[in-house]
Design a protein around this ligand. Structure first.
Ligand SMILES: Nc1nc2c(c(=O)[nH]1)N[C@H]1C(S)=C(S)[C@@H](COP(=O)(O)OP(=O)(O)OC[C@H]3O[C@@H](n4cnc5c(=O)[nH]c(N)nc54)[C@H](O)[C@@H]3O)O[C@H]1N2
Ligand SMILES: Nc1nc2c(c(=O)[nH]1)N[C@H]1C(S)=C(S)[C@@H](COP(=O)(O)OP(=O)(O)OC[C@H]3O[C@@H](n4cnc5c(=O)[nH]c(N)nc54)[C@H](O)[C@@H]3O)O[C@H]1N2
Ligand SMILES: [Mo]
Length: 749
């Protein structure tokens, strides 16, 4: 999220909500959109389903799943054609907009309408309204990300904000309304298979940096990996992405090409539902085949239920958030300190205690916790005490290390003080008063040092850097195709002592960029770049000169290292429009991403899937159930609201197949799987598509698995998981599943 919820209430004059149903998924967050509306802001909702959020919209646009790029280019076509773009912003702060313009030129409103299903009149109306109403925010969530074009989707929407000059503005920006309370923190801390914490990547420099902060040698870290070397003589598996949550099962089954040192034999699950992932039948087969499955969490994870195996399953009781203390990151990048309410109940242990016990058992506990006993002296990370205090020293380790996104100012003392003084912060501006004067609530990152107030709005050049302002990040080199990637001389922030754009600060360039001379001592202590400078000297000078350590650059609209540098529309892997598959085909198949091969074009063109599977299927959420659903389905009251798994279907579609309201139906998927669910006649869906929640498990392809729950643990409700029939399909960059666009066939049961 570039801005924050209060900012929407206070400043947005228009909110275009694309692929999010916050009225259900984030009811408290959605309240802010409604408050903005009360103030006169316009709400546009773009969604294939007439959702509860759509019901509150001034304009609702129904599009076909997986066609947001076509729709957005339709808007861009009209905006460019009429000269409604913010040319000043484009000239000074962006790169390669010509290429976007060229792609947009192809998308006449008629073609955008043909592909997306939005009417030409709506495209014209929204393009004008969006371009002329400022500031305008764009909000999105899973309707954008959960596609085989998910990462391109997440680029085309910020491009709309850049074209209209809405990026880096109060009331503008991109409001990505994220999922679990700490999902931002989870990615920041690299619950990811392709990076070290703080998005440092997996190259040798990153590992060396982490070896230093953890107080261990690089050789020690290397020794933790399979010893195979690559062509350059480097430790191959240390620098390779791991398996992803979406496709780990392929590492067990080895049915398609996998690139790993050995098949996966053990699965350790801690804090994810497993039944929340697509390809449930493959997942079940993989769990059956493992040597061992461990599930460590507060409930009985249904990963242990969907398998036929009777041994080799360990269920470890983990404490809940109320039984431990620490920090988390809210969707707007603010930290929140969370207090312990009670001691862990019964024999459960907090997550970190489980991990410590694991590390002890496997003989690496000392190295595992050493980072919490280290601090910086003269630019070097050295051990300074024999024991650590949880969670304070974990937070200190993060502040010392994660400079990339600016967590340096997040000390436990500051975060605790924010928690104790909630009442002193203004929810609309996040500004503190009284004792908290000069700070923003939760020190939204980047928070560059212990004096920094946090950054409520990313890329805001109207504020001094030391007060939360910044330009765009210089992350992709100094130039591309001979064009400078640095912002031009007009982009000078208040308080900035040098003029215009500048590169990210490194040991090699800092003297030249700032016009300073470093002492020999400073040079000796300084790290190679701002993101790896334990000494803090680069940030010290940045503060003095009013500049941002990561540079002041241009927003690139093309990502040259991606398969689609310019976002282009590609039909879903299972498309209802065979005619469009020829024109907008999927990407070539991938040989190795996250260690596995993934089918794109070969799956898409294997046959005209729409003949046998003519109906589109999408996902929805329920207010009373969350994620894999185990937490709430064990609650008598919450589960009674939706006592059964169901699918919403339009009466016209249902009657075509003789399917009765409140009766049962089978839903069949292209991969040969099926689920049996309760029928809900519903007019939020059109007759070409059905929609269903994903929060059930415990029944698979019509088979009730109640007997597999340990005694006394079966939740009040169980049901088919929609992920048994979610179609094969993954994003080429992130590998997120195509949960929100697939095909199926319905049949009376
Ligand atoms: N009660 C409850 N709250 C939750 C959760 C929960 O399970 N239960 N889950 C939490 C989590 S983890 C998350 S990530 C958030 C998710 O929050 P949301 O993403 O807001 O939740 P969804 O219901 O998945 O909404 C996605 C919307 O995108 C639409 N959509 C599908 N395909 C497309 C498309 O191609 N284009 C467009 N424009 N729209 C499309 C869907 O119809 C749906 O209305 O919710 C969080 N909050
Ligand atoms: N079809 C379809 N599938 C989807 C989606 C969709 O829209 N459609 N959405 C996707 C999205 S965005 C997400 S985020 C996932 C969500 O799905 P999951 O990642 O499965 O999320 P949850 O069910 O919320 O939580 C997982 C487990 O963590 C346990 N847990 C709770 N607190 C703790 C704790 O403190 N410690 C430990 N160790 N465990 C704990 C819970 O009991 C639960 O079993 O589902 C994805 N799957
Ligand atoms: Mo999520």
């Amino acid at each position: 999220m570039t801005n924050h919820f209060g900012d929407i209430v206070a400043h947005s004059k228009l909110i275009m909500m694309v692929g999010a149903n916050s009225a259900v998924a984030n009811p408290i967050g959605f309240k802010h959109f409604l408050q903005a509306k009360d103030r006169g802001a316009k709400l546009i909702v773009v969604d294939p389903i007439f959702t509860r959020s759509a019901a509150k919209a001034d304009i609702y646009v129904r599009i076909r799943p997986g066609t947001d790029i076509a729709f957005a280019y339709g808007l861009l076509h009209v905006i460019f054609k009429n000269g409604w773009e913010d040319q000043d912003f484009i000239d000074h702060r962006t790169y390669a907009m010509d290429q976007i313009r060229a792609e947009a030129a192809k998308w006449t409103p008629e073609e955008a309408s043909n592909v997306s299903g939005a009417s030409v009149a709506q495209i014209l109306e929204i393009a004008e309204l969006y371009a002329k109403t400022k500031p305008a925010a764009i909000a999105w969530s899973l309707g954008i990300t959960q596609h085989s074009v998910g990462s391109s989707n997440t680029r085309i929407l910020p491009i709309l904000a850049l074209v209209t000059g809405n990026a880096g503005k109060a009331g503008g920006g991109c409001q990505i309304i994220r999922g679990h309370d700490n999902v931002q923190g989870a990615t920041d801390m690299a619950n990811l298979a392709d990076s070290l914490p703080g998005y440092y990547g997996l190259d040798k420099a990153a590992w060396q940096y982490y070896a230093k902060t953890w107080g261990v040698s690089l050789e020690y870290l290397q020794s933790r990996f399979h010893p195979e070397l690559d062509a350059k003589g480097e430790h191959k598996w240390m620098h390779a992405k791991g398996f992803s949550l979406a496709k780990w099962w392929q590492g067990v089954l080895q049915e398609e090409k996998t690139t790993s040192s050995a098949p996966i034999r053990v699965l350790w699950v801690q804090g994810t539902g497993i039944t929340s992932m697509s390809q449930q039948v493959k997942i079940k087969e993989a769990i059956d085949k493992l040597d061992m499955l461990v599930v460590a969490e507060p409930f009985v994870n249904e990963a242990a239920i969907i398998t036929d195996r009777k041994d080799g399953i360990y269920i470890l009781p983990v404490a809940t958030q109320f039984e431990c203390e620490g920090t988390l990151s809210a969707t707007n990048r603010s930290a929140q300190w969370r207090s312990q309410v009670v001691e862990p109940l019964y024999e459960s242990k907090a997550d970190h205690e489980v991990m410590f016990a694991f590390a002890k058992k496997f003989g690496f506990y000392d190295e595992y916790v050493k980072g919490m006993k280290m601090h910086v002296e003269k630019g070097e990370v050295v051990k300074y005490k024999d024991d650590f205090v949880w969670p304070d020293d974990a937070v200190r380790e993060i502040a010392r290390t994660v400079k990339s996104i600016g967590l340096s100012g997040w000390t436990p003392e500051r975060l605790r003080k924010h928690q104790a003084n909630w009442h002193l912060f203004d929810p609309l501006t996040l500004k503190g008063r009284g004792e908290m004067e000069g700070e923003y609530y939760g020190l939204p990152w980047p928070c560059w040092d212990e004096k920094h107030p946090g950054s409520p709005v990313l890329y805001d050049v109207s504020k001094p850097v030391n007060e939360g302002g910044m330009g765009f990040r210089n992350r992709f080199g100094m130039e591309h195709n001979g064009v400078s990637q640095i912002a031009d001389e007009t982009v000078t922030l208040p308080g900035q002592k040098i003029k215009g754009g500048y590169p990210q600060l490194t040991k090699a360039n800092i003297e030249k960029v700032l016009g300073i001379t470093l002492s020999e001592e400073e040079k000796a202590q300084m790290g190679p770049s701002w993101a790896m400078d334990f000494s803090g000297i680069i940030q010290k000078y940045a503060r003095e000169y009013g500049v941002c350590v990561y540079g002041n650059a241009r927003a690139r609209t093309i990502v040259w290292e991606f398969p689609d540098p310019v976002p282009v529309h590609r039909e879903p892997i299972h498309s209802p429009r065979w005619d469009l598959v020829q024109k907008y085909p999927a990407l070539p198949d991938q040989d190795n991403n996250f260690r596995v091969a993934t089918r794109f074009i070969s799956e898409q063109t294997k046959q005209d899937w729409s003949k046998e599977f003519p109906t589109i299927m999408t996902s929805m959420r329920l207010v009373n159930l969350s994620g894999a659903g185990m937490l709430e389905r064990t609650s008598k009251y919450l589960s009674s609201i939706t006592p059964e798994m169901f699918a919403n279907i339009h009466p016209d579609l249902a009657s075509k197949y003789g399917i009765e309201d409140k009766g049962m139906m089978w839903i069949h998927a292209p991969q040969g799987t099926k689920i049996k669910v309760r029928v809900h006649y519903n007019r939020s869906v059109t007759p070409d598509r059905i929609c269903m929640p994903y929060n059930f498990a415990g029944v698979m392809q019509g088979v009730d698995l109640s007997a597999n729950y340990p005694e006394g643990t079966r939740p009040y409700t169980i049901g088919e998981s929609s992920n048994t029939i979610v179609n094969y399909g993954f994003d080429p960059i992130t590998q997120i599943s195509e949960f929100n666009a697939g095909l199926c066939r319905v049949e009376k049961a």
